[in-house]
Write a protein that binds this ligand. Structure first.
Ligand SMILES: CC(C)(COP(=O)(O)OP(=O)(O)OC[C@H]1O[C@@H](n2cnc3c(N)ncnc32)[C@H](O)[C@@H]1OP(=O)(O)O)[C@@H](O)C(=O)NCCC(=O)NCCS
Length: 174
């Protein structure tokens, strides 16, 4: 259970409704200065997980955060790294972000490894509550210059132009 909200503790008959209500709520609350983009991750047309991109006062801060999960059967096969690289490309190349942050509990080796592999560096820690227990979370940050050095040329952004204002930014270097 690597999250602050104990999603996976819900019984199987309740979990789909709770998940949908969460996603609908995010869409209903979307504002150009406060948004959470929840992108579907597919492998061979099978839904395997979700990659979020989070912006708070993005037009001013030019900072994004990310969150993600993959179904258990799809973990540990390189998809987590690919989906984070993809969302970072959207943030930096598509939306003009200057920094991206991430956070994971200290025992979440996979999430921390994804961040480190993509050039994030540690940026302090925090104590969070997870299922009633204190747990140490490690904060990470990826700066635009580092992303730029490792920039990929095989990731395509489609359909952003008509909705870019929804992210609170005007012109972007696509
Ligand atoms: C975190 C998560 C999205 C990572 O995706 P993934 O597909 O499992 O990870 P990848 O296969 O892309 O691996 C990326 C890196 O992590 C390493 N890694 C993967 N699983 C690992 C594990 N259990 N222990 C140590 N390292 C691990 C890989 O070796 C790889 O490192 P490298 O690039 O240096 O070779 C996925 O594991 C997941 O959904 N976990 C549960 C939910 C979660 O923890 N979400 C994040 C909350 S902060």
């Amino acid at each position: 259970m690597p999250f602050e909200i104990p999603w996976t503790d819900d019984p199987p008959d309740v979990r789909p409704r709770n998940s949908l209500q969460f996603w609908w709520g995010l869409r209903a609350r979307w504002k150009p200065n406060q948004w959470v983009l929840t992108m579907l991750v597919e492998e061979h047309e099978i839904v395997v997980g979700v990659q979020d991109l989070i912006g708070a006062e993005f037009a001013v801060t030019r900072q994004v955060a990310t969150g993600s999960w993959l179904g258990k059967a799809y973990q540990g096969r390189g998809i987590g790294k690919e989906m984070r690289a993809a969302i970072l490309h959207l943030a930096f190349a598509g939306l003009g972000a200057q920094r991206a942050t991430s956070e994971a509990f200290e025992d979440n080796a996979a999430s921390l490894a994804v961040s480190r592999a993509l050039g994030y560096v540690e940026n302090g820690d925090d104590i969070k509550v997870s299922t009633g227990r204190p747990r140490r979370a490690i904060r990470l940050v990826l700066h635009r210059e580092v992303w730029q050095k490792n920039r990929r040329d095989d990731i395509l952004i489609r359909g952003l132009e008509p909705c870019v204002s929804k992210f609170g930014v005007a012109g972007v270097d696509f």
